[in-house]
Design a protein around this ligand. Structure first.
Ligand SMILES: [Zn+2]
Length: 287
């Protein structure tokens, strides 16, 4: 993702990653005026408690200082270089990422269907957002914020087996993705799909749909393909047993019917393959 200083998506991801604590508004407002105003306007960031520590901007010393009230009740802090410095309401304002807004936004953005089932799986870190349908694929959406230990991620996804394809949306640079697939989950970092637009928060729905299609392909055909590979030698075995005892072989179709009818005698532990699957394994009669 390319860096765009006035891009609310980049700012939002950085804030999500660092959590729900109060943060001083003034330095953020100085650095990202437009993006911050946008995030406040949509309700992602809410005003929080008054700060009692401020970052001094009266000198070049890069220090913080404790806020005091003078005798008239005005806020100020002491700077070793500049002396007493007045702090106005703007200097003391803090902002907090709104938890409910974040979860509502994820629910809306990923078209989670009713009934709402969202719940926290790990305090302030992992949530089950709900179930969505993309194309013909059911998607179980989990959101994980910041770095999550493998054991914590495991404990969370165990509580929500995916309906079809599971997605762990994350903000962390690294997710223990290798073991997720074993349980039907795939990791998607929000910065892969959240577009750095200056005018709002936009998910690249085409990219997300493409990822889901790829996950669905990985999840679905394994059983079928594996089955076909392991069925072939079993079919050949029945075919050869029939030749050994001198059973006639006149057509592939008739032979497939015979193989199905005596399948259980040879391979009682496996269901017989389909008629066409068997035919494909048979040589041409008369060869
Ligand atoms: Zn200072």
């Amino acid at each position: 993702m390319c860096w765009a200083p006035e891009d609310p998506a980049t700012l939002l991801l950085a804030i999500i990653e660092s959590g729900f604590a109060d943060r001083p508004a003034a330095p953020l407002r100085a650095e990202f005026p437009t993006a911050l105003a946008y995030l406040e306007q949509i309700g992602a960031l809410k005003p929080s408690s008054t700060l009692w520590t401020v970052w001094c901007t009266a000198c070049d010393k890069d220090h913080d200082a404790t806020v005091e009230l003078d005798l008239t009740g005005k806020a100020r802090h002491f700077c070793p270089e500049a002396g007493w410095v007045d702090d106005n309401d703007e200097d003391l304002a803090s902002l907090r990422l709104d938890r409910e807004w974040l979860l509502d936004w994820l629910e809306r953005t990923f078209s989670v269907m009713p009934p709402r089932r969202r719940r926290m799986l790990l305090s302030d870190r992992i949530w089950h957002i709900g179930e969505a349908v993309l194309g013909r694929t059911s998607v179980t959406v989990i959101f994980a914020r910041s770095f999550i230990r493998r054991s914590e991620l495991y404990a969370a996804i165990m509580q929500v087996p995916p309906t079809e394809v599971g997605v762990v949306l994350s903000t962390a640079a690294e997710v223990a993705a290798d073991f997720l697939a074993v349980y039907g989950y795939y990791a998607v970092n929000l910065d892969q799909i959240l577009l750095p637009k200056t005018d709002g928060l936009v998910i690249d729905q085409g990219r997300f749909a493409g990822l889901i299609r790829a996950f669905a392909r990985k999840t679905r055909p394994t059983a079928r393909r594996g089955g076909r590979h392991s069925e072939a030698p079993l079919i050949v075995e029945v075919f050869q047993a029939r030749r050994t005892r001198g059973a006639p072989y006149s057509s592939k179709s008739a032979e497939a019917n015979e193989i199905i009818s005596e399948w259980a005698d040879h391979h009682p532990d496996f269901d017989p393959p389909g008629h066409s699957t068997i035919r494909k394994q048979l040589p041409n009669p008369g060869l």
